[in-house]
Every structure is written in C-alpha cells, then in structure tokens.
Design a binder for this molecule. Structure first.
Ligand code: C5P
Ligand code: C5P
Ligand code: ZN
Length: 485
C-alpha cells in the first residue's frame, strides 16, 4: 500500500520500529479535538500492533506534566499533538534513562535558547521538518495517522482511522480556505477510498446535521448575511418565501432532511439574497465549501459531520472529561454519547456567554494588536476559541491579531492569540510572538503562526503586551518589505 504522506514515510517507519520494540508505551496527548483524535488514532494503532500501552491527557506539556510521565514505569513515551515545542524538556529524560520519547506533532519546534537548533532525534515526526505546513496542511491527528499507517502489521489496514484524522484537522480549523489542502487531502482520499469519509460540496454552515433550518441560517455568523445572520425572524421570513417544506409533522426540518434539489434551492436563494444586499463576491462564493461526513455515523447526529464531531470533543476534553471524548472516538456510544451531549450543552452555553461578555466589554486596541482580559469570566481552556469567534464581531478588527487573557491559577495567567490567513501572509507568526514575549516575562508559550498560546506569571500582563505589540509590529513591517521586493 502507498504512503499517505511520502515525505514523512521514512521517519514514520523509524518511530514505528521504536514503538514495536517497547516493553510498554505511555501515550500522552493534548486536551482538544485534535489531541483527542490523535490519542484515539495512536491507541487504536498500538492496540492493533499488539503493543501494551496506557493513555493520559494533559492541558499543557509543561515540566510538571513531563515529570508525571517520567514517574511511570513505561520505557517509551509517545507524545501526540504536543511535544515538538517541549523537546528541550523531554530529551533530558531519555539521557537519564527514564523513557525514550517518540513525538508525533505539528507545532513549531521550539527551544529554550534563542537561535539554538531543536534537539535532533530520529523519533520526531512533524510535518514542519519535511516542508509541510503544520498549521494548514497537517494536524496532530494527521501526523499520528501517518504513524498509524507505518505501524500496520502485515495484512493490517489502519485506513479507517482517516475519519478521526479529518475530525482532528477540522477541529484545528485547517479547512477554513474552502476545504482541506495538501497532505490532509491525501488522508481524505484514503478515507474516501476506504469508505469511511464522504467528501461533497455543500453549504458552508455549521450544524447541517443537527440544527433546525432557521437556526442554521440565523447562527451563520461567519457568512454575515444582512437580514439573516443573527436575525431569527429574518431567517424564517427568507425560508418561508422558498418552495421548500420547512416542517415535517410540526417539527422544523434540518439541512440533512432536505433533498438534493431542495438544498440547491436554498443555497442559490441565499447567494442571490447576499448579492442583493451588497455582500462582496468572495463572501458570496463562500456560501458553499467542501464538506466531510463520516459514512458510518447515523444521519442527523453530531458525529456524522466532522465539524460538529470536533465541537463534541472540545466539549469533553476542555472540561476535564477527556475520557468521554476518547470513548466517543473509540466507537463507544450509549452512555458516553449521553454524557458528551450534556457536556456539549454546557460548552455551547459557555461559548455564547463568553462571546457576549467580550462584545459587551469590548477589546483594547494597541498599535498592532487588540486584547481583552476575561479574568475568571471565561474558562482558560476555551478563551482561545472565544477569541477566534470574536474576530470580526463589531468593535473587533479583522486586520489585527487578538490576544486574550484568562486566569489559570492564583499565580498564572493563560494567554491565547488568534490571527488570520491574511495576516500570516503579511508576516504574522503568533507562535514566535507568544514564545518570545512569554520568555521576556518568565513564562512560556508557542503554537502555530495563526493561533498560539502561552502561560505567564500574574502581574506581568502589561509588560507581556508591550513585547507582543512590538514583535507583531516588526513581523508585519518585515512582511511589507518582502512583499515590495
Ligand atoms: O494545539 P492544537 O494545534 O491542536 O490547536 C490549534 C488551535 O489553533 C485550535 O484551537 C484551532 O482552533 C486554532 N486555529 C485557529 N485558526 C486557524 C487554525 C487553527 O484558530 N486558522
Ligand atoms: O490554548 P489555545 O487554544 O489558545 O492554543 C493555541 C495553540 O497554541 C494550540 O496549538 C496550543 O497547543 C498552542 N499552545 C502552546 N503553548 C502554550 C499554550 C498554547 O504551544 N503554552
Ligand atoms: Zn493540533
């Protein structure tokens, strides 16, 4: 069978060999949708390969978390969806004979010493080491999928795990430019061929499987269509004028309940409505996008659509219930699904209340960035999601990155930052902003160019902001120079 990402095949084989030689493996992963799917892919592949292992999830791979891992009896530790940013902290444990690290990650490799090369190890699988963009072309779950394919036994087939890899990529928002691209596309192709993924062009609204039609349109804030987005009565009025039955047995129908022709009727009416209201052509075109559904999941459930699936996972792991999310990924339903749905209601409420709070309080504009400090109003594990949702709301600029703070503990402040593809093309690298500004105030951070985070000591916020503002200014100025050459 061919390799899903040929450039990474040799390194993946080396990692797989080391795992096969382990007495037992401690599998450690991150607490978001991408981290959970990475963990589930690795767990399934290790299990199928007959390698004994135990699984754990961590919010951040900080020194304390690495110590906890080192204190276990396992001779090999497999880190998924984190580890690249912490190689400096991890590698010394191998030198002390505590565990051999294998890393499958897509974050920027970072080092404590500025300008130093990250420790060189053959057991570090990361798309960025092979010229593949870790923010847009391969997620932690995708990277772990590449490893899972290398772990297949003779005659084995891990291509069913492509479904989870796509949930992870979409959970990390790698599909925002109209669909998945690059290495992710190869994984989609394997999943389609294997019959676990359906790839179709469809309306780009969140909630196609579960939301009643008027809510689907009303909540479509990303499209910002005047008279529809954020407007319940406007959405109902728009739908009522179409030749489509809106209710069945007194209940609102959902997008999945519509026939192909009915979907086309709604989508083209929506585009016409947008054009008539002066929405710019590129946003009108983004009414449709490439969508991914999981063929094995029941139609009309949260797990059928990869984007809704990823929200379910965030609703578990970011609330200290990674066990529930992992169970879902591993195929358990019934009780696990019931728990997940209750966590999902809570997560949705937190997101909408958090976003309301930001809109009411507003953000503070600096020269090159904007920020808000939610204190204890927003849970630090979801403040990054809310910061991303706030971009583009009224009073929040789209052309400046946003930085959000929330209290992590009495001593520490969590920082989350979000940018956009446009800003990244202009030179923005939030991973560098977070790690450099945090290091200047005795904290630590990292991530991706378009989304990154940090933890800093309480009381150092304003100093951190000054550094961050200056670094962003430098990045965008340097970007300008490159563009004009
Ligand atoms: O730790 P991990 O890599 O899994 O998380 C990436 C984070 O970056 C996610 O929270 C994702 O939503 C965010 N992101 C974003 N905008 C993008 C790409 C990623 O907010 N364009
Ligand atoms: O926590 P948040 O969603 O804002 O994280 C955005 C990205 O930054 C994620 O990919 C996360 O793994 C990364 N991050 C990091 N180091 C931190 C905090 C976040 O690498 N201290
Ligand atoms: Zn990730």
């Amino acid at each position: 069978m061919s390799d899903p990402v040929p450039a990474m095949a040799e390194r993946a084989a080396a990692c797989a060999d080391r795992l096969r030689g382990a007495d037992s493996v401690l599998l450690a992963s991150h607490i978001d949708a991408d981290g959970l799917t990475s963990g589930a892919i690795a767990a399934t592949a290790l299990d199928r390969a007959g390698i004994p292992f135990e699984t754990t999830f961590e919010k951040q791979l900080d020194a304390a978390a690495i110590e906890r891992i080192a204190a276990t009896e396992h001779d090999v530790a497999l880190f998924t969806d984190f580890g690249s940013g912490q190689l400096d902290d991890i590698v010394p444990h191998e030198e002390r004979g505590e565990f051999t690290p294998v890393v499958a990650d897509h974050h920027q490799p970072a080092t404590a010493e500025e300008g130093a090369e990250p420790p060189d190890t053959d057991l570090h699988l990361n798309p960025l080491l092979f010229g593949i963009d870790g923010a847009s072309a391969l997620s932690g779950a995708g990277t772990t999928y590449v490893l899972a394919r290398a772990l297949e036994r003779a005659g084995g087939d891990n291509r069913d795990l492509a479904a989870l890899a796509v949930v992870g990529a979409v959970g990390d928002m790698q599909d925002t430019d109209g669909g998945l691209v690059g290495a992710n596309e190869n994984i989609v192709a394997e999943g389609v061929e294997h019959g676990v993924i359906d790839e179709v062009t469809d309306i780009s609204l969140y909630g196609r499987q579960t939301r009643p039609l008027p809510k689907l349109l009303e909540y479509a804030s990303e499209l910002r269509i005047p008279g529809i987005s954020g407007d319940e009565r406007g959405s109902i009025r728009f739908l009522s004028e179409l030749a489509v039955d809106l209710k069945l047995d007194g209940e609102w129908r959902r997008w999945v309940d519509l026939s192909f022709e009915e979907r086309q009727t709604v989508a083209s009416a929506l585009m016409r409505h947008a054009i008539d209201r002066g929405v710019p052509p590129e946003r009108v075109n983004s009414v449709t996008t490439t969508t991914y559904t999981l063929s094995a999941e029941e139609v009309g459930t949260e797990l059928r659509d990869v984007s809704e699936f990823s929200t379910v996972l965030n609703a578990t792991a970011r609330y200290e219930r990674a066990d529930v999310g992992l169970a879902i990924c591993l195929g358990y339903r019934d009780e696990a699904l019931e728990q997940a749905r209750s966590l999902l209601r809570n997560h949705r409420r937190n997101l909408s209340e958090g976003l309301e709070w930001v809109k009411t309080e507003g953000v503070t504009q600096e020269e090159h960035l904007q920020w808000f400090d939610a204190g204890t109003r927003i849970r630090e594990t979801v403040v990054g999601i809310i910061a991303g949702m706030a971009l583009g709301e009224s009073g929040v600029r789209r052309d400046h990155p946003i930085i959000a703070f929330a209290e992590e503990s009495a001593e520490e402040l969590k920082v989350s930052s979000r940018g956009s593809g446009f800003l990244v093309r202009d030179g923005l690298d939030l991973s560098a902003v977070m790690s450099e500004a945090a290091a200047a105030v005795d904290g630590g951070g990292g991530g991706h160019d378009v989304a990154a985070g940090a933890t800093i000591p309480q009381g150092r916020r304003d100093e951190f902001l000054e550094h961050a503002d200056e670094i962003v200014g430098e990045q965008l100025a340097a970007g300008d120079e490159t563009a004009s050459q």
